[in-house]
Design a protein around this ligand. Structure first.
Ligand code: ATP
Ligand code: MG
Ligand code: MG
Length: 375
């Protein structure tokens, strides 16, 4: 079978690998972790650093290559693209790696973001930032799960936050009047072939995604606007592959502000495996191979709940899953990670129900039965 390559073998790479194998492809995974979840299913696991020349030379031989994480070396992706199909492009991945270019491209596409300033030196925290207080200072690169962010109320606090984050390039963002957070996953091959899933409504705990409720409980016109916004951004980036677009819902009029993108399938799209016509991982396979996106239709309202490492015992013992497995409407996915850590994503489950409210309630009840330890 044609061999597909993927940079990264975490849970996203693992679910990609299952989809690709089911669709008849072989899979080569590059991941330095000998216990990478995707290695359970892959034909080949290149256990090497992401910039390892020999490993990259092996990936060049694949029919197509994709990535499961955004902090992959964009230059390595551009180099791979000289030898084989690579999606998304190194350029698109680079945009997603830096909040400064990311926001600039969103604005250039005519989309609304929170008000922000670039902070490259302490001098950039000037009077023009005062109007944005209270604000959040975020590192331009490498932040995730709310890490690399400090909330500030004064300019002095903002300067201290910039220094505290290491003096690296940052953005200072106005604190938005959040009424909700949503994400839309776009599948795009080219201008003629693009599709968006229904918006997911995201709920975080301690900065980490805990639940995604789909469809998002928003007026139909706002939901439609969310899909259009995400499709428009993918078009503006000439994006090929699966793209996640996070948006804030602000104010009484539920205005949408684009927050950030992920150049890959996303945690808020895991429900697509059990509740949609095609999953985001099947789409990733299709698009990297040059096939148009498949049906994104939602078959049932649902709620995805993350299972974090906090539920594992200190000895690594797995908790009992009966709370989830006893439910006929719940689909359990465990990623096979060897080491549990507080906050580490170990698995998820998706509950289907007659409506979004019922799905959220059921997921919360089940997750509440898991023995979460407070770290
Ligand atoms: P992710 O894990 O989604 O990649 P991240 O660390 O890259 O997260 P953001 O998504 O930008 O960071 O921010 C994390 C969370 O902090 C958001 O989901 C939101 O709840 C809150 N937040 C971020 N920016 C703002 C803002 N400008 N106004 C209000 N809340 C914000
Ligand atoms: Mg992020
Ligand atoms: Mg985010």
């Amino acid at each position: 079978p044609a061999m597909l390559g993927i940079l990264g073998g975490g849970q996203l790479g693992s679910m990609f690998t299952v989809a690709a194998k089911t669709m008849g492809y072989g899979v080569t995974v590059l991941d330095p972790d000998p216990h990478a979840p995707a290695a359970r299913f892959a034909d080949r696991h290149l256990c090497a650093a992401f910039d390892d020349d020999k490993a990259l030379a092996e990936l060049e031989k694949c029919a197509a290559v994709t990535t499961e994480f955004e902090n992959v070396n964009a230059a390595a992706m551009r180099e791979l693209a000289r030898h084989t199909r690579v999606s998304p492009s190194g350029d698109c991945v680079a945009v997603a790696q830096n909040r400064i270019t990311e926001k600039a491209r969103m604005r250039a596409a005519g989309l609304q973001t929170v008000e922000y300033r670039e902070i490259l030196s302490a001098d950039d925290v000037d009077e023009s930032c005062a109007a944005l207080l209270p604000a959040i200072v975020k590192t331009a690169t490498l932040g995730y799960d709310g890490k690399g962010q400090i909330r500030v109320k004064t300019l002095d606090e903002a300067r201290a936050a910039f220094a505290g984050l290491g003096g690296v390039p940052c953005v200072l963002e106005q604190m938005a009047d959040l009424r909700g957070e949503i994400s839309v996953i776009v599948c795009r091959l080219d201008a003629q072939h693009a599709a968006a899933y229904d918006a997911a409504e995201n709920h975080h705990e301690n900065g980490i995604l805990a639940y995604s409720v789909v469809p998002a409980r928003l007026p139909e016109n706002v939901q439609q606007q969310a899909r259009q916004t995400a499709l428009h951004l993918a078009e503006a980036l000439d994006y090929v592959g699966v793209l996640a677009v996070e948006m804030f819902v602000v104010g009484d009029d539920k205005r949408l502000l684009v927050n950030e993108i992920a150049p890959r399938p996303h945690n808020s799209g895991h429900h697509t495996i059990d509740a949609c016509a095609a999953s985001q991982f099947q789409q990733q396979v299709r698009l990297m191979c040059g096939l148009p996106p498949a049906d994104t239709r939602l078959h049932s309202p649902c709620c995805m709940a993350n299972i974090l490492g906090d539920v594992w015992g200190a000895d690594g013992a797995q908790p009992c899953w009966t709370a989830v497995l006893d439910e006929a409407a719940a689909h359990l996915h465990l990623y096979g990670k060897k080491q549990a850590r507080a906050g580490r994503k170990m698995g998820h489950f998706t509950v289907l129900a007659d409506d979004a409210d019922a799905a959220f309630e059921a997921a919360r009840a089940m997750r509440g039965k898991l023995p979460f330890h407070t770290p």
